[in-house]
Design a protein around this ligand. Sequence first.
Ligand SMILES: [Mn+2]
Length: 299
Amino acid sequence: MLTVITHMDADGLISLTLLLKKLGGARIRAYFTSPVQLRDTICHSVNKRTNLGKLYIFDMAGERRAIYAAAIYDHVVWIDHHRWTPEITLPHMEIVIDPEARSAATVVARYLGIETPLVKIAEQIDTNHVEDDEAEMLRNVIGALRWKFYGRELSIKLYHLAEELMGEDLFVLRNYSDIVSEYSVWVEYLREKVKKETKIFMEKGMRIAIFETTESVPVYIISNDLQEREGSFDLIIVLIHKMVKSQPVTKIEFRTHTDVDVLRIAKFYGGGGHIKASGASVSDIVTIPEILKAIDLLY
Ligand SMILES: [Mn+2]
């Protein structure tokens, strides 16, 4: 039995598709998660299982405890393109990191010896430089699924999509046109809200945009819209306030249009990611004045 834990985005999904292709469509146990939740997802994946076998992890950096958690599997192949160095190495864990690669799918394809146009699509979406219609369509389908579904149902939908992409015929994305148009209506509403409610600050000579919300939002839309309308920002911050089991949780997303290192502030909040795109999940209410203070402290 194979287990895959992959990032819940286009790059992570395509990485899973590549593995499915390599294995000829054999069923594998797949989990979609985020770097912030990686350790919990690994622990959850182990629950009540006696035979663990092999684990693949795609498109996520791992801190010490995530690596220890993964080490419970018999064999681990961990493939990523974020800039990090494993704090521990173990003989049964193969960690392949190429920070120069434009997507994790690029590294996965190389590792598995597969050549496919899907890699180019992953690269365009992951670097936020979408040029092809297929890449745009896939980004919208994943956005729509993440907007409409959650939990186990979302995982099943994403796995199904990963299987559909094995054929490399992006025409299958047309089957999602209804949900995508429903999603587009909501995206327009979100854009209006971003336009009206985004707050702009100057701190430490940096231009900062902050948007607060209570629903999950695709951050690239906010970041791209702001840049188009207001020019480049050094820091784009999205605060998503939620209640989880009657406790407040703040999901924070960080992006930049310039060269500011947003990984630094994400790490400060216990999160992770890339230099230009990162995030954290905090079990508390995080306010704007608090974030501005953190920026003052860190930069
Ligand atoms: Mn990626």
